[in-house]
Design a binder for this molecule. Sequence first.
Ligand SMILES: Cc1cc2nc3c(=O)[nH]c(=O)nc-3n(C[C@H](O)[C@H](O)[C@H](O)COP(=O)(O)OP(=O)(O)OC[C@H]3O[C@@H](n4cnc5c(N)ncnc54)[C@H](O)[C@@H]3O)c2cc1C
Length: 404
Amino acid sequence: MGVQDFHRASEPSTVAKGPIVAEPLMARAARAAAVAAAHAEAVDRDARFPAEAIAAAKAEGLLGVMVPASLGGEGLGLRQVMEVCYTLGRACASTAMIYAMHQVKVACVVRHGVGSAWHEDFLRRLVREQLLLASSTTEGQGGGNVRSSEAPIERSGDRISLVRAASVISYGEAADAVVTTARRAPDASASDQVLTVFLRADYSLERNLEWDTLGMRGTCSAGFTLRAEGEAAQILPVAYETIHAHSMVPAAHILWSSTWAGVAASAVERARRYLRKAAAAGALPPSAPYFTRANGELRALRALIAAAVDRYEAVMDQPDALSAMDFQSQISLLKVDTSELAVSAVMSAMRCCGLSGYRNDSDASIGRRLRDILSAPIMINNDRILANVGASALLTEVAASIKD
Ligand SMILES: Cc1cc2nc3c(=O)[nH]c(=O)nc-3n(C[C@H](O)[C@H](O)[C@H](O)COP(=O)(O)OP(=O)(O)OC[C@H]3O[C@@H](n4cnc5c(N)ncnc54)[C@H](O)[C@@H]3O)c2cc1C
């Protein structure tokens, strides 16, 4: 199924019966994951959008689960969505990352757009039509510096326009809307940013950079010139600085980490099967201790994410605590720690499986998981995060006790 077919298959008429929402979330996620798993190899081989898996997620009503019930959604939180990312990540890393990136944008619009008539209408439509949202933050020479924008929003009365050198937009061509950062106005500084929702009919994408990568090939994260027009009401009514600290970074780091944990779990599961088969044949290979290591790394990874979501939920209604250096450092470093642990867990699983793990043609092959997970440390480069957090860490006292 190509992107064109996907758009046809996802048109509102085909989902008019409405998504299945009566069943428990994880049963619906498991069905979408089964579709994702069936197509994961082809998606990776052909570097193509996982159209079947995303169509299944739409049919299961998974795209609007975080929208409040008053707007037609299920009012679920990151805690539930991270489990969906983990489940999808075990099946197909690209599908899970697409779902995670979509939900990061939904989290921002739900938290900062409710109360704005345009965004409330948009959220209702998102649930009804299961709209898939893409994200544009990377721009021109700025790379992963999300808190800096080059292209400004231009205004003419109530109308706005934006022309952006969007060097990476995952699944840009398959998305139904794009949520993009931009400079507030031509005379604003690079860090004075807004976040704006543009619907598919509002923009054109001129592709100027392909996506032929080691892993995460199905995210189809090509580069484009984004040309968009819309109404001023499409700009979220809160400064991006606040959205970034209160919603974007926590949601991105928790949901990306959950996706990577799913990929790691899939590698660990392969190593487990490999060892059980070897044990049944009479002898464990000398590489068996690597399984213990992989399993421990996966456990540590899950514990980090669980602690982070607890911490976020504890402060999410306290703007001062959310903006505090302590919370911001911890949530920033979550991404650094989980991305490195996930790479390590997948690597340990491969060492456990030895040549069978290294081969592409064995049922213990770890290759795709390893290639996919290697994107984790560079997806907002860990070096950049460490450099940013480093300065504030210098101002913080070294902990005087274990627990506090
Ligand atoms: C799978 C995947 C999907 C993506 N999808 C999207 C998307 O949908 N939309 C989008 O907008 N972007 C997307 N991105 C891009 C992402 O948001 C980052 O822009 C990108 O990963 C930055 O990569 P980079 O390594 O070139 O880092 P950059 O931040 O551009 O940095 C380049 C180099 O400079 C170093 N560096 C930079 N700043 C510092 C610093 N302060 N201190 C020390 N070293 C530094 C880095 O280590 C790196 O080696 C995606 C990336 C991946 C991997």
